[in-house]
Design a protein around this ligand. Structure first.
Ligand code: SF4
Length: 351
């Protein structure tokens, strides 16, 4: 059975804290070199990275300059996606979900804030994506910290997607901002007067908080780290799993995660299909295809067998092997599916 044997965590960032709170087993997989290669980038993450890179660089003051900067960063992002998805060919950037919305909202934000900043003049100092930390325990990199002429401090975080759930700020975004407040207080010896999130989807949101909220969030982060490190020491990392449709939706390690595969069922209605099955036949033409006896899946129809098409020739299979195919695209209702550019496949237990 696959069980990650990661290194222990020293300091915890807001991203790591949220990952630990969601499912610490994913952190364990990520920190074990035997599994870390399964981690791939995706179009959502890349759109976010493009925005952060542009926002942290010199402001393109005109539409023409923005177009040039945007194209340059999109070309960089696409090359990363191609490398990450090999041997599959990912869609071109214009076909990525939310590509146009993200571009239009970023452009509006940059061109508007450029004119606003030139009128304001109230900023004394500002830091873009500057790492700050608290000894060995906590670290973080807020998108922007501004110290105004009157000494007050504002922390800004940019998000490309929605930051709301049921009309309220998502808990993970709130945790992130509280941790930034704690880190800023450590750096400047002063609590930020404003924590602000700019979402390209929801606009500006102010995060209300008190110092005790931030202190509690920091204590939670350290507690989560210590729990993770104890599991590493006791070789019980699989006990950290918290499989659920929400937690596992974007996880990179589904094809090797036994708790995920054990929990998988037709109730996990997702945009893609996962199948754990034993290989009964392998065929080869321009691509490979395999016929499986299905042991677990989230297929709506309770099929006992399935055929997977369009498997790149590099994949090696043997009859009788137990394998997991993830993020498959259904071709027909009778258990025929195909691999696409973001599909993956692993042997489900080491030989
Ligand atoms: S697949 Fe689910 S249970 Fe497994 S590591 Fe990922 S999030 Fe955790």
């Amino acid at each position: 059975m696959w069980r990650p044997e990661p290194s222990k965590l020293k300091s915890v960032s807001p991203t790591e804290m949220n990952r630990l709170a969601k499912c610490a087993l994913a952190t364990a997989f990520e920190r074990d070199p035997a599994f870390s290669a399964l981690k791939r980038t995706n179009t959502f993450a890349l759109l976010g990275t493009i925005c952060h890179r542009i926002l942290s660089g010199p402001r393109p003051g005109t539409r023409t300059k923005f177009e040039a900067v945007w194209s340059e960063h999109v070309a960089w992002a696409y090359s990363r996606l191609v490398a990450s998805c090999s041997p599959f060919n990912p869609p071109v950037a214009r076909q990525w979900p939310f590509y146009n919305q993200t571009k239009i909202r970023l452009r509006a934000n940059l061109l508007n804030s450029a004119s606003h900043q030139s009128k304001s003049g109230a900023t004394q100092e500002s830091w873009n994506e500057t790492a700050i930390g608290v000894e060995q325990d906590l670290c973080g990199t807020p998108d922007k910290i501004i110290r105004f002429a009157n000494g007050t401090i504002k922390v800004i975080e940019y998000k490309t997607g929605s930051v709301l759930i049921g009309g309220s700020l998502k808990p993970e975004i709130r945790r992130q901002m509280l941790l930034y407040a704690y880190l800023c207080n450590h750096k400047f010896d002063e609590w930020p007067t404003e924590l602000a999130v700019y979402s390209f989807h929801d606009g500006w949101l102010r995060v209300e908080y008190t110092p005790s909220h931030a202190i509690d969030a920091a204590a939670d982060a350290v507690r989560l780290r210590d729990k993770f490190n104890a599991a590493v020491e006791n070789a019980t990392t699989l006990d950290l799993a918290q499989p659920s449709p929400h937690n596992c939706l974007y996880c990179h390690f589904r094809t090797v995660c036994i708790p995920f595969q054990g929990a998988l069922s037709a109730d996990w209605a997702e945009y893609c299909t996962t199948i754990v099955g034993r290989i009964q036949r392998v065929d080869q033409g321009a691509y490979k295809s395999v016929r499986l006896f299905v042991e677990k899946s989230n297929m709506e129809q309770n099929a006992s067998e399935a055929t997977i098409l369009r498997i790149p020739l590099q994949f090696e299979f043997h009859v009788g092997q137990l394998v997991c195919f993830d993020r498959l695209k259904p071709v027909s209702m009778d258990g025929i599916l195909e691999m696409t550019w973001n599909s993956s496949c692993s042997i489900t237990s080491p030989s």
